[in-house]
Design a protein around this ligand. Structure first.
Ligand code: MLT
Length: 244
């Protein structure tokens, strides 16, 4: 099984991930928030690339029947119900509901990754569950870092490196420099995940908006034992998934 890490959205095409299991990472905050929404009982999260698309889909589905979530510049989008803080996706707000989700970087990665054999969502919060489930498929693994506005994000790359470490077995091989580099970087930051999440560029930006609690939350390892999975355009928890 070959393990590849793509550090930025420009590094991969739909052909690069075809046939593999994709793990889409956006530690701050889309992958952490989507995971939280599903743990709190959301029926499904539908990722779309733009707020306009989210609006159109909401009208088609019946605006009152769905929750519109996401962000632009980290902030609530006008006319949306929820922003992109995991704390907004409480059971009171999302239990049993469909969330249509448009974030700047995480959602477009998810939309593009659909050529993969299987698309899962990974973050520190569900590290072991997503790593184990990818290993069990026996497929090649593409770890996709969503980055920030097309550029590299330290927190995503360190999380990717942690997943690479968790995937290493005598049968798995590192198949690109992204996988090797993220693995090496994770070994450097192993005991400093919270510091990485707080002091990375996007962490500092979110802190300036008052989202310090989100940073703490998104740095927590293994608080959820679930594997959000994209099936036919909808992210759900497969039946076997539990939640903490
Ligand atoms: C994104 O998808 O761009 C992010 O999750 C941005 C954010 O922190 O809200």
């Amino acid at each position: 099984m070959n393990i590849r890490v793509f550090a930025t959205p420009r590094e991969w095409t739909e052909d690069d991930v075809r046939g593999s299991v994709a793990i889409v990472i956006d530690v701050l905050r889309a992958s952490s928030t989507i995971t939280q929404a599903l743990v709190n009982g959301a029926r499904e999260v539908v990722p779309v690339s733009t707020p306009a698309e989210a609006g159109e889909l909401a009208v088609k589905a019946g605006r009152a029947d769905v929750v519109l979530g996401g962000e632009r510049d980290g902030k609530l989008i006008e006319g949306f119900d929820l922003g992109n803080s995991p704390f907004e996706y409480s059971s009171e707000r999302v239990n049993g509901r469909t969330v249509i989700f448009a974030s700047t970087n995480g959602s477009p990665s998810l939309v593009r990754a659909k050529s993969a054999e299987l698309v899962t969502i990974g973050c520190f919060n569900n590290y072991s569950a997503v790593t184990n489930s990818a290993r069990e498929t026996g497929l090649d693994i593409s770890i996709i870092c969503s980055g920030r506005n097309g550029k590299y994000s330290l927190e995503d790359f360190v999380c990717a490196g942690k997943i690479v470490e968790g995937l290493m077995t005598p049968h798995n091989s590192i198949a690109n420099d992204g996988a090797q580099g993220s693995f090496d970087l994770f070994r450097y930051y192993r005991s400093q995940i919270s510091e990485v999440v707080k002091h990375c560029y996007h962490g500092k930006y979110l802190s300036s908006l008052g989202f310090d609690a989100d940073l703490e939350h998104c740095a927590k390892v293994d608080i959820h034992q679930v594997v959000p999975t994209l099936i036919e355009g909808k992210i759900r928890l497969p039946k076997a998934n539990g939640s903490s």
